[in-house]
Design a protein around this ligand. Structure first.
Ligand code: SF4
Length: 319
């Protein structure tokens, strides 16, 4: 049985990676901000986090992509804080006001087991980037307690390549945002220098690790991708098993730069990428300070984004 992937990873190897990640916290370079603070000694960088897990909420979530939700929900852990500062963030209480609670590694492991016991199809870590060491340390405990559902890495894609490489063989499903293709715009609305290049490298690495999305009950596709369906155990529903799901939120006035993003995905990732084009932008939080962001998108803007994705030959568009 080699599914989820973390069950196939030797315990010693998981421990080696955890040690390496905690070492990084001594002069934090967990994400591209490279704050170089010692988080083990209580120093705080851009994300204001320590070394213990900090969680804002956890529950079965039915608002994610249907292949993550299935019938019993995606077991979502909303990790507190974020390494981006999007002025329109719909979760700003969690990401920027940092409303949440620091918990022990054991407690986060228990949350995972509780979600599994509720029948959730996966453990979905929202904004895991600044808390990867704590998540893996808790995972080690959760495995001992019987965790056996796949992990989802639900990220803004402002991730360090070196850290992502340490996650190879641990997360089965990567759920990255592809937010902007223009660095000036990324800087203005999310305070994210070099976002486009960082996002592209991160998504390439995620795809290298897990490939295109494989969904249960698609036996022909599984065999084409040389994955035996029995390796995934008894999964009767149509749920995501392993692979990449890219999210793109369409912004008003084409501020997300959708065309360049779709071209990148089609040319440099795969035309078979499972791409969720999202229309739910609303001017939350500080968006009212920016007139160009201060409205929902129009039907025409959304249709234009869909047409662009199709133009580049992307075949698995979800909306
Ligand atoms: S994880 Fe936090 S402290 Fe570490 S580099 Fe990123 S923002 Fe800075």
């Amino acid at each position: 049985m080699d599914y989820p992937s973390y069950l196939a990873l030797p315990k010693k190897e998981l421990k080696r990676r955890i040690d390496k990640l905690f070492k990084i916290l001594e002069s934090c370079e967990l994400c591209p901000r490279k704050c170089h603070v010692n988080r083990l000694k209580g120093q705080k960088g851009y994300c204001h986090l320590g070394y213990l897990p900090m969680v804002s909420a956890y529950h079965p979530h039915f608002g994610e992509e249907s292949v993550l939700v299935g019938s019993h929900g995606s077991g979502t852990c909303f990790m507190t804080s974020c390494n981006l500062s999007c002025v329109y963030c719909q979760n700003y209480e969690i990401s920027q006001l940092r409303i949440g609670k620091e918990v022990s590694f054991e407690r986060l492991a228990e949350m995972m087991i509780e979600l599994q016991n509720l029948g959730c199809h996966n453990i979905n870590f929202v904004t895991p980037t600044p808390q990867v060491p704590a998540i893996l340390k808790s995972l080690e405990i959760a495995i001992e307690k019987g965790l056996k559902i796949p992990l989802v890495y639900n990220t803004s894609s402002y991730d360090s390549l070196e850290v992502l490489k340490l996650l190879d063989g641990i997360f089965d499903i990567y759920l990255p945002d592809a937010k902007y293709s223009d660095d000036k715009i990324a800087q203005k609305y999310s305070n994210a220098p070099n976002y486009f290049e960082i996002m592209k490298s991160a998504i390439k690495e995620m795809h290298r690790q897990v490939g295109d999305l494989i969904i249960s009950n698609l036996k022909s596709q599984n065999s084409k991708l040389k994955l035996k369906s029995q390796n995934f155990g008894d999964i009767p529903e149509r749920v995501a098993l392993r692979g990449l799901i890219v999210r793109h939120l369409v912004l008003p006035n084409n501020l997300a730069g959708s065309e360049k993003i779709f071209k990148f995905i089609a040319d440099e990732i795969s035309k078979n990428t499972f791409l969720n084009i999202m229309d739910q932008y609303m001017p939350y939080y500080r968006a009212g300070e920016f007139p160009e962001l201060n409205r929902p998108i129009t039907q025409e803007e959304f249709q234009e984004a869909i047409n662009l994705a199709k133009k580049f030959g992307l075949k698995r568009i979800y909306y």
